[in-house]
Design a protein around this ligand. Structure first.
Ligand code: C2E
Ligand code: MG
Ligand code: MG
Ligand code: MG
Length: 279
């Protein structure tokens, strides 16, 4: 789909573009302070994921998404600060904070009468390639008491091929803990379709760019259908992201898509708001 090619996918921070700008220096200073100050400027919000095949309470859990409300710079979108956080290595403490918060929250939902609710946490490639990442995941499970099967880690596929075997090994070790792995933003990266088969994953998340004109664009519709069928063949779940309209939901009914995430069903919510609506 045309919408996918223009997508701004910053895999690694480009230090040449912004390194001398005041905005970048400001952001760096503020980010360092924020991570040193108990992450109080950061918040984790939760966007519901629904199972469209369910009659009652279709909510099956949520994706945890970080928000940064900087005292000095105001609200900054994750797509604006995560590349810099990765470049500075600050994504490791920030990501650990999100992981801990999200696991605690999911355990809370599970204890509050929804033992099947799951939480998805985005893991940057930088985080994933830390030497002790498997140990970190094991220890957060132990600390928070979350059922490992209720935690899904979302990773993206835009990786240099020589890192691929390392990535596969790490993901396999993470899955051995019982934790699930999702391939995020599927269809926008550099990988071949064969990755679906080769990667140790449980869920494929089809990128929003294929959903935007799914009602009108035949390629998008065919792509979603094809991925859904391939996934079913190899026993992997599919979730589509960015569903905003009834028209898109209807178009998806002609596919084998079970899991949907998007503004049509629910926006990312503060944890208290999420509880009010879904607990
Ligand atoms: P993502 O992981 O693909 O997350 C989905 C993004 O799509 C979220 O944007 C969400 O708010 C947005 N979205 C969901 N439904 C709709 C919809 O119907 N319409 C539209 N227009 N957008 C929708 P958000 O929260 O701004 O996050 C953007 C990206 O930043 C995420 O994309 C993810 O790659 C990254 N990110 C967010 N939180 C974290 C985090 O804690 N750690 C890491 N490493 N990355 C994160
Ligand atoms: Mg995600
Ligand atoms: Mg992503
Ligand atoms: Mg995504």
């Amino acid at each position: 789909a045309a919408k996918c090619s223009g997508k701004n996918r910053v895999e690694f921070y480009d230090e040449n573009v912004e390194s001398t700008s005041f905005r970048r220096l400001d952001m760096e200073k503020n980010m360092r302070n924020a991570t040193n100050n108990a992450f109080s400027e950061f918040e984790v919000v939760y966007q519901p994921i629904v199972d469209v095949t369910r009659e009652s309470n279709p909510c099956v859990g949520a994706e945890a998404l970080i928000r940064w409300n900087s005292g000095e710079l105001g609200l900054i979108a994750p797509t604006d600060f995560i590349p810099l956080a990765e470049y500075l290595g600050l994504i490791n403490p920030i990501g650990a904070y999100v992981l801990e918060e999200a696991c605690k929250r999911c355990k809370y939902w599970n204890d509050m009468g929804h033992p099947d609710y799951k939480v998805n946490v985005n893991l940057s490639v930088v985080q994933l390639l830390q030497n002790d990442i498997v140990e970190q995941v094991r220890s957060v499970i132990k600390r928070t008491g979350i059922v490992p099967e209720n935690l899904t880690l979302e990773v993206t596929e835009g990786l240099a091929i020589n890192d691929m075997s390392r990535m596969k090994k790490i993901l396999s070790e993470i899955r051995a803990l019982g934790v699930r792995v999702a391939l995020d933003d599927f269809g926008t990266g550099y990988s071949s379709l064969n990755h679906i088969r080769e990667m140790p994953i449980d869920v494929i998340k089809i990128d929003r760019c294929f959903i935007i004109d799914i009602g009108k664009d035949e390629f998008s519709a065919a792509f979603v259908k094809m991925v859904a069928e391939l996934a079913q063949t190899i026993g992997v779940h599919v979730c589509v992201e960015g569903v905003e309209t009834k028209e898109q939901v209807d178009a998806l009914k002609q596919t084998k898509i079970q899991l949907i995430q998007g503004f049509y069903f629910g926006k990312p919510l503060h944890k208290e708001e999420f509880d009010e609506k879904y607990l």
